[in-house]
Design a protein around this ligand. Sequence first.
Ligand code: KIV
Length: 282
Amino acid sequence: MSEKQLTAPDILARKGGAKIAMLTAYDHPTGLLADAAGADAILVGDSVGMVCLGLPDTLGVTMADMLHHTRATARAVKHALLVADMPFLSYQTSVPEAVANAGRFLSEAGARAVKLEGGAEFLPQITAMLDAGIPVMGHIGLTPQQVARFGGFKTQGKTAQAARKLVDDALALAEAGCFAVVLEAVPDEVAAHITERCPVPTIGIGAGPHCDGQVLVQHDVLGLCPGVKPKFVKRYADLWTPAREALAAYCDEVREGSFPAEAHTRHMAEDELAAFNTRRDG
Ligand code: KIV
């Protein structure tokens, strides 16, 4: 693990070198975990809406939500580059609003870069953020903030025309100055081609093994969310089952009176207890 905290230029310098391992985190404990595990970059993703807030998609996630979760995560992260996700409508509406919102993640919440979804259509916002000194990570392919337009969470770039648009977008984002580009739910062949041509690191999620790095949602890696598992996710643990069993054991012990036991119980000093009993009796 590196001594100093990684920066956006450090991640950029990894192009074609050691692969970049990125994880999401949403709060202090998950930030501590990802940082202790040696992640190179930690993303406070707007996936917080689905993973932590019980929302059906990311469209309801607000700037206030993202700032709150980024602040908590930033207090934990000491080694990885901390990237905050720009939520829906925080950058799409105008260039000044985009810069002001992106800047808040650095000045108020402790992030050192932002990520935003979309291709060449957002170059004015990206250029203005970079001019303001805010490192930007791009994100193309399945961009979940477009779920209503896509009609669901579907693989993108499956036709030759759509694949060419993804290549053009990746190159445009790199040329504008993004230090890395996330490729989400993109066919392996397209991700491999983009990775070969793009001068900045590609970070894949559901985009095959040829990207310069990978990102996964921490709760998926740990098996903390029951239910369906997307094909691209590898669960490295099933923490849901032991966690549920531990909590059920606690509930049982409370009900049957075996918790708290003597080991979990505090007592008064004998003289204080005697005085307490005397006054109580008198
Ligand atoms: O919000 C998120 O978690 C993301 C990653 C999946 C890339 O955008």
